[in-house]
Write a protein that binds this ligand. Sequence first.
Ligand SMILES: [Zn+2]
Ligand SMILES: [Zn+2]
Length: 378
Amino acid sequence: MSTLFTINTCKTFGCRNLGRPTSSDYSWPDYRLGYPALHCRACGSYPPLFDEQKYSEWLSAHLTSYAAERGLFCPVCYCKETICYGHNPQGTQRIQCRACKKVWTPKQQLRREMVSPERIETVSLIVPFQGNSAEQKLYVLLSFDATRGNILHLSTNFTQHQIGETLHYRWRGNIEPDLHHSDIVKRVDMRETQFLRRSQFDEIQYGSAVLKRNAKGAILRPVIAAHGHFRVLNILFPEVKTHVISHECFLRGATITAWAELFRQRQSELWFIEEDISDSDDNKPWSFQGTTYHGWWKNQWQLWIQEKNRKMVCSLAGGDNSNAQTLSLAASRLYIHWLYKQTTFTHSAQLSAGRVTQILHSLAQSYNYERTVTHSGD
Ligand SMILES: [Zn+2]
Ligand SMILES: [Zn+2]
């Protein structure tokens, strides 16, 4: 049974049901935590339930349009095995799926295979757009090849597709404040407290995001956008050894669900990371300072120091502790620094959510292109 559309599942690392769509250990809906949840008796967890049907409808539309546009996998069966299949009358390359024989012409001709990353680094970013009023906010997810530094995939929570009510982001007027505590250990702890204050762990309130009146499309709950984001990445790169994610609990859930099979076989690692970098050129070795435990799940975090720099890392799944030292969010830091120097981006706050999404995509392409040009020269 394909688990491509599975979202209501146990998300506990080490549980035999991780990522499984059905199990005799499941019962639902369970309201013990105040929201409808799936109860997994094998590990005792209560992951929140989603509207699986609406999610599947949205995800299949999302995967199909992504594939039709880029040609990296089939828009019908999502198979990656494709062959070049002549050209259309305008001279653009057509592609055929080896599995279902579907023939299509991707809008973007970038079939050059991306190199499979060993380590994927994923962070979120909030960017402004013009909606019903100024200063509306989009939730953006960026994934990088942590070694090569290029962007592998980018999503915003704007979708051009029709979505059910249950997938809509609802702003309730109370933003989670940015955490500026100078002590990184305290900051990790405060962040965990923020998760607990949410109506449910995955229900982030990141700001208002009302589209222009009569605008096409919709704003997704960030947790839904995250599941869609990692599903695309998982089709592109089914084998990833290490995932590094910024400190957000639903990024954990979405990553572990998308690669559940690898995590069940303990073939993959997943880490949270929080950084305080004042000198990014420092190459001295990191030194381990000790461990602390934080949050509802009592996760173990390690504190590492490199002169003025600090980082906290937390293994969420199968982490080999000797890797902790090498983990960072360096690829995303470099990109975000670059992004804020691009005037098309800094001037985009007056544009619609759909337009800002397009601009982010084209900037990501330019960034990747710049990197290949510079790198082939050295
Ligand atoms: Zn479980
Ligand atoms: Zn196909």
